[in-house]
Design a binder for this molecule. Structure first.
Ligand SMILES: NC(=O)c1ccc[n+]([C@@H]2O[C@H](COP(=O)([O-])OP(=O)(O)OC[C@H]3O[C@@H](n4cnc5c(N)ncnc54)[C@H](O)[C@@H]3O)[C@@H](O)[C@H]2O)c1
Length: 221
């Protein structure tokens, strides 16, 4: 069964929770995966240059809107908060309960152009640790996965030109990923199953596991 909800709206998540409860009973696994970036919180430049202030067609840090930042923080952080409050209550003292958040390798070191997304994922990492401590005596483990670069709907414009060739940013990413490729969704499965399996990771809580082909370990030199 699939149930749609908007993680930005409490009533919507509550309705999804009701539907899941009715169909399956109390949940014991929550994966907080909804997330993404916004063009309103993305700069065109990697480094500030005075000329950008006169350029009409370039978006610098000074053109970003607080709304754009709020949206990105809402989707990545507040969405994780609301879902955890609404589904997490069922998990208290339910053996084997586990929450898995989706952070990003940009939480360790921010990526250029996406300040809100980087900061919001850093917040997700921090919140994961906070929740892990808070629920440690209530039988809920809380961990996160930090994917490297995977080509998906949200980053397609940053990664690919319209003719399907890699952008300059993609070339840069590949040069900075020791394994020399983008991730495939299947690359996440082993870590996902390990962190959800209460036997395999019974004493693991509060960790954020990079699945990034070595990107976050590589200094580039
Ligand atoms: N693609 C990458 O390289 C990459 C890297 C690191 C982390 N991530 C994270 O992985 C997760 C999945 O992203 P993806 O790359 O598959 O992108 P995606 O855009 O394909 O998926 C994002 C998902 O979030 C859902 N979503 C968006 N707004 C929502 C809302 N208000 N309520 C409920 N659901 C909503 C979308 O329907 C979609 O299913 C995100 O948290 C993203 O930040 C992705």
């Amino acid at each position: 069964m699939r149930v749609k909800c908007n993680v930005l709206e409490k009533e919507s998540v509550e309705a999804a929770h009701e539907a899941v409860l009715k169909a399956y009973g109390k949940c014991d696994i929550l994966i907080n995966c909804a997330g993404g970036n916004s063009p309103k919180a993305t700069t065109d430049d990697e480094f500030f240059d005075q000329s950008v202030l006169e350029a009409q067609d370039k978006k610098s840090f000074f053109d970003l809107s607080a709304d754009g930042f709020d949206n990105v923080f809402g989707l990545n952080l507040t969405g994780t908060l609301l879902s955890t409050q609404i589904f997490g209550l069922d998990m208290i003292d339910k053996p084997g309960s586990v929450i898995l958040n989706v952070s990003s390798m940009n939480a360790f070191r921010p990526l250029t152009k996406v300040p809100a997304y980087s900061a919001a994922k850093a917040a997700v990492t921090n919140f994961t640790q906070w929740l892990a401590v808070y629920f440690a005596k209530s039988n809920i483990r809380v961990n996160a996965i930090a994917p490297g670069f995977f080509s998906t709907a949200q980053n397609a414009k940053l990664l690919w030109n319209q003719d399907g060739t890699p952008t300059a940013r993609t070339e840069k990413i590949l040069n900075n990923t020791p394994m020399g490729r983008l991730g495939n969704p299947e690359d996440l499965l082993g870590t996902l199953l390990w962190l959800l399996d209460n036997k395999a990771s019974s004493f693991v809580t509060g960790v954020v596991v990079p699945v990034d082909g070595g990107f976050s370990a590589y200094s580039g030199v």
